[in-house]
Design a protein around this ligand. Structure first.
Ligand SMILES: NC(=O)C1=CN([C@@H]2O[C@H](COP(=O)(O)OP(=O)(O)OC[C@H]3O[C@@H](n4cnc5c(N)ncnc54)[C@H](O)[C@@H]3O)[C@@H](O)[C@H]2O)C=CC1
Ligand SMILES: CC(C)c1ccc(C(=O)O)c(O)c1O
Length: 254
């Protein structure tokens, strides 16, 4: 089955693992977007031997609406369809409760950016298309010092549910994945910050963190990519408007 798959945030972490997964199929065409184009290109160059799909890389800031409109206008002249959209680009900043600047920054990227890409992509999406949004376990729970991030991820869940109903007559499915504690540069960066604050080594912070997790381990990006693969498959044609959690049980633990 020949498909075009557009992935945001493909340079690192979950987005990269999703790209790697789809890249093993020679019938796929991948459109990979990220703000960190050098890192995205470096990874694609490094994996040339393993990559079977046709891959294109593009610099993109999903929060920049005029730039995204221009990007999709050009894309529309180069292809007929985007069959699968995976919205993985996102940022995670802690904030003081009254921090307006951080609010705008996080909402701009995580919520507005995800909506911009989705709405622009819809013009290119055929019936039976797939939209998969990376929310978070913080799309259904709260966390101290995370007002903006939690709001953005709750927003993605709401957007997913409503859009799924709009698009259901066309057999387009829209689902959210709710991960937590995925071993990515985002998590490693946060652990490094915590280690610096606590005056501990990164290894000590990692050991302490894992002790508090029900499975005593971080989830690998490839495990999230497998969930994306399922949601993108023909077999998942009846799964829509859902929030699929992959958090090793942490969201339900005490
Ligand atoms: N790592 C984790 O434990 C969890 C991650 N998530 C979510 O999963 C998604 C992916 O996270 P990770 O892979 O861990 O993050 P990451 O930081 O490792 O990778 C995110 C990628 O998105 C790109 N990006 C950020 N802002 C962008 C923008 N404005 N335009 C284009 N690209 C942009 C970055 O350059 C980076 O390559 C995010 O939406 C995150 O909120 C949710 C729950 C847990
Ligand atoms: C601390 C790390 C980076 C992190 C960030 C966000 C979430 C989430 O949205 O659920 C996590 O679970 C994390 O582990």
């Amino acid at each position: 089955m020949s498909r075009t798959i557009l992935i945001t945030g493909a340079a690192k972490g979950i987005g990269r693992a999703v790209a790697e997964d789809f890249a093993s199929d020679a019938e796929n065409r991948l459109i990979l977007l990220d703000m960190d184009l050098p890192e995205l290109q470096r990874w694609v160059d490094e994996r040339q031997e393993q990559i079977k799909a046709r891959v294109e890389t593009h610099w993109a800031n999903i929060a920049d609406l005029p730039a995204m409109e221009a990007f999709f206008k050009t894309l529309g002249t180069q292809l007929d369809y985007v069959d699968v959209l995976v919205n993985s680009a996102g940022i995670c900043n802690e904030n003081e409760p009254e921090d307006l600047k951080n609010w705008h920054q996080v909402i701009s990227v995580n919520l507005n950016g995800t909506f911009y890409v989705t709405s622009l992509c819809l013009a290119l999406m055929p019936d039976r298309g797939r939209i998969i949004n990376m929310s978070s376990i913080l799309g259904r729970a709260g966390k101290v010092r995370n007002t903006a991030y939690c709001a953005s991820k709750h927003g993605i869940v709401g957007m997913t549910k409503a859009l799924a109903l709009d698009l259901a007559p066309r057999q387009i499915t829209v689902n959210a994945i709710l991960p937590a504690w995925i071993d990515t540069p985002m998590l490693q960066g946060e652990l490094a910050t915590q280690a610096a604050i606590a005056g501990l080594t990164q290894e000590q912070i990692v050991r302490n963190a894992k002790k508090k997790l029900p499975m005593r381990r971080f989830i690998q990006s490839e495990e999230v990519a497998a969930m994306v693969r399922y949601l993108a498959s023909p077999e998942a044609g009846g799964v829509t408007a859902q929030s699929l959690v992959i958090d090793g049980g942490v969201g339900l633990g005490m």
